[in-house]
Design a protein around this ligand. Structure first.
Ligand SMILES: [Zn+2]
Length: 135
């Protein structure tokens, strides 16, 4: 799947390797703390709520709702010359919020609480970027 948006290849870290490998298989994993049961974003090696190092992974549904959005008409860097595109936060069913691009959507459709679902865009480097489209 390709939205036509730039595909920055994620930098791999030991604590995110499993996450990125899963995205290449079309799976969205979220880190979960085995001590306080918090599910959080972004993947990292320590729980942001209780500092536990005992973490595991849970598979997310890929569904969520738009928490906030903006229609960007002037991209910079890799996004210069791309044309208008949507960027914002999605709140996943599991609770965490993550920044993303909304694709296959017209500006008039964008709204807080709009149901969206994940789309995996292959970087060609063994990972996929997470983007969301209306459900
Ligand atoms: Zn914790």
């Amino acid at each position: 799947m390709s939205s036509g948006l730039p595909l920055g290849v994620p930098k791999r870290q030991p604590e995110t390797e499993h996450f990125w490998n899963a995205t290449a298989q079309g799976r969205l994993l979220l880190p979960r703390c085995d001590d306080c049961d918090s599910v959080f974003w972004y993947p990292r090696g320590i729980c942001p709520f209780c500092s536990s190092l005992r973490l595991s992974w849970v598979e997310a549904s890929g569904r969520g709702r738009i928490y906030s959005w903006t229609w960007n008409t002037r991209g910079e860097g890799d996004f210069s010359g791309v044309g208008p595109y949507a960027i914002g936060y999605v709140e996943l069913e599991e609770g965490p919020r993550l920044m993303t691009n909304f694709i296959d959507v017209e500006p008039s459709q964008l709204a807080v609480d709009l149901p969206v679902t994940v789309v995996f865009e292959d970087t060609g480097e063994g990972s996929s970027l997470l983007r969301f489209r209306p459900a």
